[in-house]
Write a protein that binds this ligand. Structure first.
Ligand code: GDP
Length: 427
């Protein structure tokens, strides 16, 4: 592919003065380079992909790449201009986009002008304009390096400090208390409010900062200014809800505790899950719940879990948006769920938990035949997806899937995250 050539070109030629620093970790190669007086660390994961021999991400590679991307301020994503987009490129592009990192798309092997002309095809990866270079001949490598250092954060302003805001939607039936909650969240003294236009016509996103953490509430048009009753039909129409879910990292579903959870709520939950987004459930109007006792909350949650077992791993809070009861816990919960959605679980940790789960409770035989699950590996974040290898994916029992989900939720602290399991013949 040419990753190593580029790596060497960045590190090894006149352009960059190399000093070997952190050296070599087991799977990632770190080196410090200086170019035009700027010092930066290059992390190379290139050695792990057996070039051209696979077209899906090998299990042992994903972990390293996840980690390398997360650590980096800038990702150079290299594709082969002569080959065009491969399935693997697609997978990488998705992963990088999810991790929301600054990225330059590099179409390598572009020494021949005709190949450069073809590079427009890479636009479809959704990573912007491809930079055509040739690591081999050095074509356009210096201008790439110039661009790289211009994009790297100056000392002391790493992009880790410039965290992107957590985006969430407040959903629920009319009168559940969504506007009241929004106003309360925005009305806090510490909060700085600004309205920014969303993507849908007349949708408004609100931004606020609490204790240095930035939040965006998506599509608040109908919530800020109390809409007239007839408008609500439109405002909470399915399309609008879907759009709001899609543009958020997670959703808060508000339920009027005095009325209980409705079919419409379940439909919203379904949409949130399908979109692969985080979920927090709020039981609102706790202040006016009739016949309230210490056990009311447990009873209500238990009934909800009986109907939907996955609620066991969904944060549920009883609050009063009007009185402010436990409202301060909501933002904390949002931060936790957001982190859970982005969690990268170490390869060895997954292997360990998976092996233990299979040993403790092996998969029952299917039509007299053994169902063997051989390996588990995380392939995605946001949503977290764990692939499980088995020769017989169709024979995997539904209740066994739930057992594994439960095990993973508990072991990896994924509450609120839409963890998915895939069963596949090959990882
Ligand atoms: P939305 O349609 O979901 O935005 O609901 P609103 O925020 O407009 O609330 C509908 C009604 O419920 C209003 O009269 C609110 O004052 C009331 N309300 C909202 N939250 C609470 C709460 O926690 N307790 C009580 N008692 N009333 C609430």
């Amino acid at each position: 592919m040419g990753k190593s050539s580029l790596f060497n070109r960045i590190l090894g030629r006149r352009a960059a003065v190399v000093s070997d620093r952190e050296g070599v970790t087991r799977d990632r190669h770190y080196q410090t380079a200086t170019y035009k007086g700027r010092e930066f660390t290059v992390v190379d994961t290139g050695g792990f992909l057996p070039d051209d021999t696979i077209d899906v991400l090998a299990a042992n590679v994903r972990d390293q790449i996840f980690t390398a991307i997360q650590e980096a301020d800038l990702v150079l994503f290299m594709v082969d201009a002569r080959v065009g987009i491969t399935k693997l490129d697609d997978q990488f592009a998705r992963m990088i986009r999810k991790l929301d990192k600054q990225c330059l798309l590099i179409a390598n092997k572009s020494e021949v002008p005709e190949d450069r002309a073809e590079s427009w095809e890479f636009f479809s990866l959704g990573m912007g304009q491809p930079r055509t270079i040739s690591a081999l001949t050095g074509y356009a490598c210096l201008s790439l390096l110039d661009e790289v250092i211009s994009l790297l954060p100056k000392k002391g302003q790493s992009d880790k400090e410039e965290k992107r805001p957590i985006r969430f939607a407040i959903l629920g039936r009319p009168n559940a208390g969504k506007s009241t909650l929004l106003n309360r969240l925005m009305g806090e003294e510490r909060v700085v409010v600004s309205d920014i236009p969303g993507t849908t016509r007349d949708s408004i996103d609100c931004t606020f900062t609490v204790d240095g953490e930035k939040f965006v509430v998506t599509d608040t048009a109908g919530l800020r200014k109390k809409a007239k009753v007839e408008d609500e039909v439109e405002i909470f129409s399915n399309m609008r809800t879907e759009e709001s879910i899609r543009r958020s990292d997670l959703s808060i579903l508000m339920i009027d505790a005095t009325l209980g959870i409705s079919e419409q709520d379940f439909r919203i939950i379904q949409s949130i899950r399908q979109a692969g987004k985080g979920l927090i459930i709020l039981l609102n109007k706790w202040d006016i719940l009739p016949d309230k006792t210490e056990k009311s909350f447990d009873h209500m949650v238990k009934a909800m879990r009986e109907r939907e077992p996955l609620f066991e791993f969904t944060p549920i809070l009883s609050i009063s948006a009007k009185e402010g009861l436990r409202v301060h816990r909501i933002l904390q919960e949002i931060k936790t769920v957001y982190a859970n959605c982005r969690r990268v679980i170490g390869r060895e940790r997954i292997a360990e938990v998976f092996a233990e789960a299979c040993q403790k409770n092996p998969h029952p035989a299917h039509q007299g035949r053994l169902v063997k699950l051989t390996r588990a590996c995380q392939i995605m974040v946001e949503p977290p997806v764990i692939d499980i290898e088995t020769k017989t994916p169709d024979a995997v029992d539904e209740s066994y899937k739930r057992y594994l989900l439960k095990t993973f939720f508990e072991a990896f602290h994924l509450n609120g995250a839409p963890l998915r399991l895939n069963f596949d013949t090959k990882l």
